[in-house]
Every structure is written in C-alpha cells, then in structure tokens.
Design a protein around this ligand. Structure first.
Ligand code: ATP
Length: 355
C-alpha cells in the first residue's frame, strides 16, 4: 500500500504548518520524516492518519483518494512517543484490543497475539501488566499492538523519543526487523538523524513546513541539496570564506584555500564553506602547505571515531575533526599541543539560498 501526500497545506490560524508538501512512500517501504522541532513532521503524519484535515492537497493510499475519509476508515496503525498502553489490561489484552474491537473469534485472537508477542520475544509477559515492563518492552508491545489488526499502513510519531540511548538503539533494530518481516508501509517521525538514517529506506527532510530534500539516506547525506540539510545532518564545520578568482579562501588573510566546488553565484563574495569532521586531517608537519594551525582543546576517544576539537587562533575558529582510532594512535595527540589541520574537501552552496 503506497502512501502519497500531494501539495498538502495546513494552517493553524495565520500560521502555516505545512506549505505545499508532497511526499511519496512506496509500498512496503519505511520512510522517515526528519526535521527540527516545529518543522511540521507530526502535522504531516496526522494529516496522513486522518486526524487533521488539510486546507488543500490530497492524500492517496495506493490509487484511492482518502483525503476525506475519517481516521477510523483508513485502517492505520499508530505508535506514539508515550506508550499509551492500557494500564488496567494485561500485555495480552493490550495486543488483543484492536482484534476484539473488530470482533475476531477468540481462537484467532489468541493465535495472532501470541504470534506477535513471539516476534518481539515477549511471550512470557503476556499475563503481566504494563507496570511490570521496562520502557523498551512497553514500546515493543505498543508496536505489535498497532500491528495486530494488520493495518494497511503504520505511522510512528517519535516512537523511541522517551527512551535512553541504548534502548533506543535496540528498538531501532526491532522496528527494522519487524518491518522486514511484515512489510507494512510505514512512516515514522524523528528529529534524530542517526535514527532516521539507520532505520529507513528513505528520508524526507522537513523545515518550516516545507520539504528540503528527500531520497535514500546515503544519497541525502552525501549530496545535501542546501545549507539547511548539510547543517541539520549534524556536526559540520562552518568556515567563513572569501571567493576570489574561482578559489575559496579562508579568513581575512586568505592563506588557506579550501578544496570546494564553486558555483558561479558565489564569485567574488563572502560565504560559508561546510566541512564534515571526517573531511579534515591532522598532521605534525605542514603537508602541502595548505593547512591551518590548531591547538587541541579536547579529545574524545570514546566510540568508533576519535573526536578532536581544536582552536584555530589565526582564524578565530573552533574546528571539529574525526579521526580513525588508528590515525589517532599513530599521531599520539595530546591536549594543548598545536598541530596542522588540512581540509580534504569542502562544500559551498548556491549563494542565493537563505536559511
Ligand atoms: P516536534 O518535533 O517538536 O514535535 P514537529 O516537526 O512535529 O515538531 P508539528 O507538531 O507538526 O512539528 O508542528 C508544526 C507547527 O505547527 C508548530 O509550530 C506547532 O506549534 C504548530 N501547530 C501544530 N499543531 C497545532 C495546533 N493544533 N494549533 C496551532 N498550532 C499548531
């Protein structure tokens, strides 16, 4: 069941929460709506669910225009940030709820509920109450409860927002696994780019009620369309440059040239160049000469990359560099020492784009 929102506009009084938004979720895919707070993610999800009526535009499930259908008639499964399990019902009855409403026969209810509990490895919790479950377990139950009546589509609004990092990571795996098993066309809202990129087949980046970019996660990450997407995808160095004679020169003195592809619109002006932390290297000698001096102010070696923060005093800039653990060990870096930082690549966007 594909989901298509076409030219959807939604206003709350004078405020435009969605401004001519079009989004396509192909059958069986898991699409992430990603964007900062207030960008319209939840509103779009609610329009798709039938909980909000758009001022203009349409929503289609496959070929059917369901814009005017009630939420009840859309056969949508919904998972919210807060588990919303029924506290007075056992885990079994929570999952069975949607089936009982649809008057499934008892034997079928039992079979379906146990099959789903098995899928999330929580069969033994069937007779217990939600109060006896951890946050992650509650959300796994919320997930299968939404899936129990075999909805045509599954909509998830920040489903892991209330959980700690480790449990969030586990639940991402659960969501991805359930999705691969059941292939329910799903849209989930998140403001966490790592989560969106890890779980989804496709991401839609929203900002101020508009779609900035959509595509496969890798494609969006490697080819951000504009400054907003680049910035939002996190942890990027923004370096002020002067563009002169087809070269991007850093700072007032212009002593360092950034290896950036330039657009004509930037010619002979000032702009920002964007450099991801892994696009910079650190060395003890001024290899090639095209580098800046940085004093190491902090090193965070925890994790799969070593994060080094430097102050480039000549330019008044803080710079973040990610090194592989091997490179870090080979350099034997220490806090407060001064090293050379070399940009390996940089991006400059069209000058006429404003955030
Ligand atoms: P968050 O990540 O904070 O949940 P979001 O991207 O999901 O943000 P929405 O909840 O869709 O954003 O809200 C978009 C904008 O619309 C916000 O500025 C919000 O204040 C406004 N808005 C949403 N619902 C209503 C409403 N019922 N009445 C008035 N304004 C609303």
């Amino acid at each position: 069941m594909s989901i298509t929102a076409q030219n959807v506009t939604k206003r709350f009084g004078a405020f435009t929460a969605l401004d001519n938004v079009s989004v396509d979720c192909p059958t069986g895919e898991l699409v992430a709506l990603l964007g900062p707070s207030g960008s319209g993610k939840t509103t779009l999800l609610r329009v798709i669910a039938g909980l909000e009526v758009p001022d203009s535009g349409t929503v289609h499930f496959r070929d059917a225009d369901i814009t005017k259908h009630s939420a009840r008639d859309r056969n949508v499964g919904f998972v919210f940030q807060h588990y919303a399990l029924f506290r007075h019902m056992t885990v079994f009855e929570n999952v069975a709820f949607g089936l009982r409403v649809r008057k499934w026969p008892e034997a079928k209810v039992r079979e379906r509920v146990m099959e789903l509990l098995h899928l999330v490895r929580l069969e033994e919790k069937a007779p217990q109450y939600p109060a006896n479950l951890s946050g992650g377990q509650k959300q796994r139950i919320a997930l299968v409860r939404a899936l129990a009546p075999s909805p045509k589509v599954l909509l998830l609004d920040e489903p892991f927002g209330a959980l700690d990092t480790k449990v969030r990571a586990e639940l991402r795996d659960w969501l991805r696994r359930l999705h691969d098993e059941l292939h329910v066309t799903s849209i989930f809202v998140t403001h966490d780019q790592e989560e969106a990129f890890e779980v989804s087949d496709r991401v839609v980046v929203l900002n101020k009620g508009r779609v900035e970019q959509e595509g496969a996660p890798m494609n969006v990450f490697e080819h951000p369309k504009n400054e907003f997407v680049m910035d939002f995808l996190g942890n990027v160095n923004k370096l002020p440059v002067r563009v002169e004679g087809g070269r991007a020169l850093l700072g007032e003195t212009g002593s360092v040239e950034l290896p950036a592809k330039l657009f004509g619109a930037n010619e002979n002006g000032r702009t920002d160049a964007y450099v991801r932390p892994h696009e910079l290297d650190i060395s003890r000698t001024a290899e090639g000469g095209n580098c800046l001096l940085g004093k190491i102010v902090h090193i965070n070696p925890a994790g799969s990359v070593v994060k080094v923060r430097l102050l480039a005093e000549d330019f008044g800039l803080m710079i973040n560099v990610d090194l592989t653990p091997d490179r870090y060990r080979a350099l034997a870096l220490k806090q407060n020492e001064t090293v050379f930082v070399t940009p390996k690549s940089a991006r400059i966007f069209e000058a006429d784009y404003t955030i």
